[in-house]
Each structure stands twice: as structure tokens, then as C-alpha cells.
Write a protein that binds this ligand. Structure first.
Ligand code: GDP
Ligand code: IMO
Ligand code: MG
Length: 423
């Protein structure tokens, strides 16, 4: 029995959903502890594709219990729609397999509007957010004016608090030249969604502590990735939560000494969606991957920016998260290349750097120092064992993990469950 935190060790979309689904063959509980429906986790099971935004990816396994922890920001209308969508596809979602923390903060319509308005106002300096209201919702949480699930469960308290918030936010929206929002209509819409969520809402901290005591196996499903972390990412081109391992504890109430291991998920190359520095970005690699129909965002459909594997970044992610083991996905994306570049260091004003600078302008000025490895020029998507992988593919996987400072544990050669090699 072990409790595992799974984190994205790059800029998000590393294939966390697929790896979570693979690991839930054993885990009994899957916990989301940060982020909101800015996440898009793709899981393909039996030929059906699911994109999970707020509901933990464990929902697709019968017998797995999913928890949305206190650290998540939750759009009640969006989560109600997501639950309905899953049910339409035949996935059972009920109070036996989903719990929502009463301390999770709400994403409300004015958060979404402000997210969009702030992005527009930034012009060319925009962050490239998912426009799901994530930044403004976490902003309210930190400013101590947010509303939580517990408020929504008390209709009169919720209505009263929401009226105050709408009044204040209407003044801000007016400053952006936007029309006022109708508090009464909003109360009705959000309360209707809230009522449909009532069976799921409880004190999930108490539940998780009992589960830990009963030695249940818990998997913490990270959303986003290390370099989108509000503290350690490429600030301000980041999301608004702690996407790194510590966030799993603060966002669930499970203490650090109850965690047994941290698994980092990485792609065999690098992608990023949205603005901000990306040292190993390479348009040629992006054109190739997009041409294969890959690397379009699961939440917004935007084409992801693509680049070579960046061992400097992943090494740093290993330090921050305490990554013991790595799962490498999308190896098959590199199958056709004759030669593959890997960034091992950055050079900044003539000096070799071992870790990325914190300042985004300095990071933007870093030149990647590459080592070139031979490709395998053989399809890997049908490979099911380590020994059957081409020798150059094995060598590539081992080298990128060695340079990243962690042990290779899982290699993924396709989006389906069975396209997974466990070492
Ligand atoms: P997440 O946000 O980290 O869960 O990742 P996303 O689902 O946003 O993006 C990962 C994409 O890669 C999805 O389309 C997955 O279906 C896909 N994927 C995951 N692992 C593999 C793999 O090994 N090979 C291929 N071809 N696709 C993969
Ligand atoms: P998953 O969990 C990739 C990016 C956005 C933008 C920045 C801020 O699927 O890996 P936000 O809406 O959070 O305020 O946007 O963060 N971003 C993601 N990029 N994967 C994600 O989630 C992301 N969630 C947010 O593109 O650059
Ligand atoms: Mg994603």
C-alpha cells in the first residue's frame, strides 16, 4: 500500500490522465487537490475518449472513489455538466464514487468574465489563460472574499453573500466597459447546479484521514504542471495554484508524512499551451507533431507549442517535487526522427546554468545547450514490453531520465491503456 502524488513535471498536458487511469488498477482513491476546469485530462478506454476537467480520472474505474479536495476551485455549473456528460456515456457518478470538499472555493460567472476582460486588457502581454475564471477565483480565495461549497449548501447564506460579491464585481466589470451581471439570475442558476451536487459534498479531510488509517491506497492527481506553478513556474505566465507536490497536501488535508512517493509525468519531448518562455521550443518539431494530428489542447483546442526534451527543467521539477520515478509518455511521437535533440544545460550570457532562472525575462534569454541522440526510425505504438523497444528508444528513455535525475518507471507508446510499459 502506498500513497502517491502524481505531478506534471513540464508545462501541463504530460499525459497525466492516461497514467492515472493506468495506475488506478491498484489505487482505491483518486484525489484532485488543485486547479479547476482549466485542466483537460484525456483517457481512452475501450475505444471511447473521455476528457476529464474537474472530475478525477479515477471515475472511469469501477470501485475507485474520487475526491475533489479543498484546494480545487470548482465551477458548480461546469461540474454539473461534466457529471451529466459522463453519465450520458454510461459512466456511473454517484455519492459512492465521488466526494466534493465543502471547503472547495467556487468559480462564479464574474470570475470567468474578469478572466477574459483582464486577458483582453493585457493585449500582447496576455497570459493565454483557459478563460475558465481560475485566476480571479483563486484571487478571491487569497483575498478572503471567496465563496465556498459550504456556502452554496446553505441557500440563504449563499444568496446574501453572492449579492454582495456581484455588487462589488459589477463595479469592476464596469471599469472594463462590460455590462452588469444580474445577481438574482445568477443565484438561481448556481443554486440549481449546487442542489445537484449536494449528495457529493462533505468534509473530505475527515474521510481521507480515515482512509489513510485504513491503509487504503491513495493517488493524488496533479493538474497542470510544475512550470505553471504559481511559485515555481514561469511567473506571471503560470496558473494560480501550487501544481507541485506540496499542493497535494495543502489541497487535500493529507499531511506530508502520509505520502510515500512522488511520480513525475513527462512527455518524451516538451509542449506548452499559452504564452510565456519556452527555451527548447522548435517550430519544425511542432509542425511534424501537428501534422500527425497531435498536440491540440484538450480544454481549449489550441495548438500546443512544441519543443525538444528539456532536462534542465525536469531536473528542477525533480528537486521541487521530490520526484522518485518518472512516467514518460508520447515516446511514439518521436518514432520517425533520425536524430533527436535533448537540452542538458542552459547558457545565459556565456555562463552554463544547471537550473532555470526564476525571472522569466532571464529564462527567455537562456540558450538551450543540446546533446543529440540517434533516433530509432521504427514505430513503437505496438510495442508492449521493454525488451521489444528498439535499442535506441530504450537508450533515449534511460538517458533523458538519468539527465533528469530520476528513475524510469513507466513508458507510454500510445494513448490507450494497453500501450503502456511498466518497468
Ligand atoms: P494531461 O492534461 O496531462 O492529462 O494530458 P492531456 O490529456 O491534456 O494531453 C495528453 C495527450 O497525449 C492526450 O491526447 C493523450 O490521449 C495523449 N497521450 C498520452 N500518452 C500518450 C502516448 O504515449 N502516445 C500518444 N500517441 N498519445 C498519448
Ligand atoms: P492539464 O491539467 C496545460 C495554462 C494556460 C495558460 C496558463 C494560465 O490538462 O495539464 P489558467 O486558465 O490556468 O489561468 O491559465 O496555464 N494551463 C494549462 N496548460 N495544461 C493544463 O492543464 C493547463 N491549465 C492551465 O494555457 O498558459
Ligand atoms: Mg491536459
Amino acid at each position: 500500500m502506498s500513497n502517491t502524488i502524481l505531478v506534471g513535471a513540464q508545462w501541463g498536458d504530460e499525459g497525466k490522465g492516461k497514467i492515472i487511469d493506468f495506475l488506478t488498477e491498484h489505487a482505491q482513491i483518486v484525489v484532485r487537490s488543485q486547479g479547476g476546469n482549466n485542466a483537460g485530462h484525456t483517457v481512452i478506454v475501450g475505444g471511447t475518449k473521455y476528457v476529464l476537467h474537474l472530475i478525477p480520472s479515477g471515475i472511469l474505474r469501477e470501485g475507485t472513489l474520487c475526491v475533489i479536495g479543498n484546494g480545487v476551485v470548482l465551477d458548480p455549473v461546469a461540474v454539473a455538466v461534466e457529471i451529466e456528460g459522463l453519465r450520458t456515456k454510461g459512466v456511473a457518478v454517484n455519492s459512492q464514487n465521488l466526494m466534493i470538499s465543502d471547503a472547495a472555493h467556487l468559480v462564479l460567472p464574474y470570475h470567468r468574465q474578469l478572466d477574459e476582460a483582464k486577458e483582453l486588457a493585457r493585449g500582447s502581454g496576455k497570459i493565454g489563460t483557459t478563460k475558465r475564471g481560475i485566476g480571479p477565483a483563486y484571487g478571491d480565495k487569497i483575498a478572503r472574499v471567496g465563496l465556498r461549497m459550504a456556502d452554496l449548501m446553505q441557500p440563504e447564506v449563499f444568496a446574501e453573500k453572492l449579492r454582495v460579491r456581484v455588487r462589488e464585481n459589477n463595479a469592476i466589470l464596469k471599469g472594463y466597459g462590460l455590462p452588469e451581471l444580474d445577481a438574482e439570475a445568477m443565484i438561481l442558476e448556481v443554486q440549481a447546479a449546487g442542489e445537484s451536487l449536494r449528495p457529493f459534498v462533505s468534509n473530505t479531510v475527515a474521510f481521507l484521514h480515515k482512509a489513510v488509517a485504513a491503509k487504503k491506497e491513495i493517488l493524488f492527481e496533479g493538474a497542470q504542471g510544475t512550470f505553471l506553478d504559481i511559485d515555481f513556474g514561469t511567473y506571471p505566465y503560470v496558473t494560480s495554484s501550487n501544481t507541485t507536490a506540496g499542493g497535494a497536501c495543502t489541497g487535500s488535508g493529507v499531511p506530508p508524512n502520509r505520502i510515500d512517493r512522488v511520480l513525475g509525468v513527462i512527455k518524451a519531448y516538451t509542449t506548452r499551451v499559452g504564452e510565456g518562455p519556452f527555451p527548447t521550443e522548435n517550430d519544425g518539431l511542432g509542425d511534424m507533431l501537428h501534422g500527425m494530428g497531435r498536440e491540440f489542447g484538450a480544454t481549449t483546442g489550441r495548438a500546443r507549442r512544441c519543443g525538444w526534451f528539456d532536462a534542465v527543467a525536469v531536473r528542477y521539477a525533480g528537486m521541487i517535487n521530490g520526484i522518485d520515478e518518472l512516467a514518460v509518455t508520447n515516446l511514439d511521437g518521436l518514432d520517425s526522427l533520425k536524430s533527436i535533440k535533448v537540452c542538458t544545460h542552459y547558457r545565459l550570457h556565456g555562463e552554463l546554468l544547471e537550473v532555470p532562472p526564476n525571472d522569466y525575462a532571464q529564462l527567455s534569454a537562456c540558450e538551450p545547450v543540446y546533446t543529440e541522440l540517434p533516433g530509432w526510425e521504427t514505430p513503437t505504438d505496438a510495442v508492449r514490453s521493454w525488451d521489444a523497444l528498439p535499442a535506441n528508444a530504450r537508450d533515449y528513455l534511460l538517458k533523458i531520465c538519468e539527465w533528469s535525475g530520476a528513475k524510469l518507471r513507466i513508458a507510454s507508446v500510445g494513448p490507450n491503456r494497453e500501450q503502456t510499459i511498466l518497468l
